[in-house]
Design a protein around this ligand. Structure first.
Ligand code: ARG
Length: 494
């Protein structure tokens, strides 16, 4: 049987090896349902424009609907003799209802605008799923943050113990990054959610189509005006890959934090046994494989962006088959990211924060050095540069952190360096060493003081709720368009 539906220009059928080389049919399964939905919307519009008769649209839609159901139930076996999903579905319809009517289904469009519609519809759903998962993750993190407001922890720069903080402050920093990613998703979603259908191959069509109507039927927010832009631009894919790559970079860094904090050298956190592996030979080991894999899997999401850059950068305006290779990058990036978020979600739900060890580290460090310097500035009006010098010398002369908490030594150095005789209050050292008091004094906005951390949790929760409302609106718009379309289809098929 001749499978091809439009190869008449050439004499020979496609060589089998070449077919395997150029075919995207397996990758296209990712957009199979979207392809049918797009085709239904296009044909509904053709009917409303009186290009198809009532009988014709009834047959076409019935066939598309039955193919869709069979697809979802796994009853349709993909025929690998097809170059891609688009002619395959067209051929399924033609086989079912004949060329007389089925042959009208592709009127006024091309695979070029078709594939772009399909991918946009799919991206919309994937971005919504991504948003939902990120919002869920934020909820888990907010919970953890709430529980660790009082968990004192060293804050590091250059991997050196820098300042006193709390565990919740690190968690809030993760949440803030995820919220920005959610905002980024919202922005790109709005740009991607435009209708390219009707651009046809590259220069529009003489068929009296109605682009606004397919826009409405598919829940798009406006059309791509320029027909070249509509079939040629791939920034809508690139932006998604940029966004997923950026999220992966953020997640990879979070994984790195967890990895370090869970080492025996740190022991700030402990991962639940469920998420760790063991060694086949060293009986004592508990390996955080999950986090290591988050780090390496995110590399793949980042490389997908690089691959896309290479694929797109030298393609002239217009459609070229190069674009076909972008689809698996998207599939891979989304799926990888989904799996990462899933793992993070359960890891953060079950993580054990080891407050005792963090306090131990704090006590063994010079972590209050800056607080001491600022204290001298505020109490005795010593210029900061001089007070910095006093504390630096104090550190230099001491062999362990306790040594800098010595009233007499501090007074001596003040006299030596600042040339003023200052007597420190008798409770000076006591107040300085009180971690609670120390953080209370960090009054700057966004600091890890208890009140600031509490404020941050409230503010982050509010930001999350605001972005959630926008996400829910996106989902609602798609739902409404789907219902509108399905109601019409039901009526026409009945
Ligand atoms: N399989 C193609 C893709 O994924 C569909 C569009 C084909 N268009 C064409 N003019 N060959 O990009």
């Amino acid at each position: 049987m001749k499978k091809d539906i439009y190869r008449d220009r050439l004499e020979a059928p496609l060589n089998e090896k070449v077919l395997n080389f150029i075919s995207s049919i397996e990758d296209d399964l990712w957009i199979a349902e979207e392809d049918i939905i797009g085709t239904e919307a296009h044909n509904l519009m053709l009917y409303e424009q009186k290009i198809l008769s009532k009988n014709e649209i009834k047959k076409i839609l019935s066939s598309l609907e039955s193919i869709r159901k069979k697809f979802l139930n796994g009853q349709i076996k993909i025929d690998k003799n097809f170059e891609d999903i688009h002619p395959f579905i067209e051929k399924c319809v033609i086989d079912e209802i004949g060329i007389e009517i089925g042959g009208k289904l592709h009127t006024g469009r091309s695979r070029n605008d078709q594939v772009s519609v399909d991918i946009r519809l799919k991206i919309r759903n994937e971005l919504n799923k991504l948003s939902e998962m990120l919002i869920d993750l934020i909820d888990v993190l907010l919970d953890l943050s709430q529980k660790t407001i009082n968990s004192y922890m060293p804050l590091y720069t250059h991997f050196q113990r820098g300042q006193l903080g709390v565990f919740a402050h690190y968690i809030n920093n993760y949440i803030a990054q995820i919220i920005r990613s959610l905002e980024r998703i919202e922005e790109i979603y709005n740009r991607i959610n435009k209708n390219p259908l009707g651009a046809c191959a590259i220069g529009g069509t003489s068929i009296n189509i109605n682009r606004m109507r397919t826009t409405e039927l598919l829940g798009f927010d406006g059309i791509f005006e320029n027909s070249i832009d509509a079939i040629s631009s791939r920034d809508y894919i690139y932006e998604v890959l940029m966004c997923t790559a950026l999220i992966s970079i953020q997640f990879s860094r979070i994984a790195e934090d967890l990895l370090i904090w869970s080492t025996k050298e740190f022991q700030f956190i402990e991962l639940d046994d469920q998420y760790c592996s063991v060694s086949s030979v060293m009986p004592q080991k508990k390996n955080p494989d999950t986090i290591e894999l988050i780090r390496s899997k995110s590399s793949k999401v980042i490389s997908n962006l690089f691959s896309a850059s290479m694929m797109i950068k030298a393609v002239p305006s217009g459609y070229f088959k190069d674009f076909q290779e972008l689809k698996p990058l998207l599939t891979n990036s989304f799926d990888t990211l989904f799996s990462i978020i899933e793992i993070f979600n359960i890891i953060f739900k079950t993580i054990k924060v080891n407050e005792k060890n963090m306090i131990k580290t704090i006590n063994q460090s010079y972590i209050l050095a800056l607080d001491l310097a600022e204290y001298l500035v505020q109490m005795f009006n010593i210029p900061f540069r001089i007070s910095h010098k006093i504390v630096a010398n104090l550190v230099k002369q001491s062999s362990n952190p306790k040594d800098i908490m010595n009233k007499e030594k501090i007074e001596t150095l003040i006299l030596e360096i600042y040339k003023h005789k200052i007597e420190l209050p008798s409770d000076f050292i006591e107040t300085l060493q009180d971690l609670e008091l120390c953080l209370q004094k960090r009054i700057s906005q966004g600091s890890p003081s208890k009140s600031e951390v509490k404020n941050a949790i409230k503010a982050l929760d509010k930001q999350k709720e605001a972005i959630k409302i926008k996400y829910l609106k996106r989902v609602e718009t798609i739902k409404n368009a789907t219902k509108h379309r399905e109601d019409i289809i039901k009526r026409l098929i009945a």
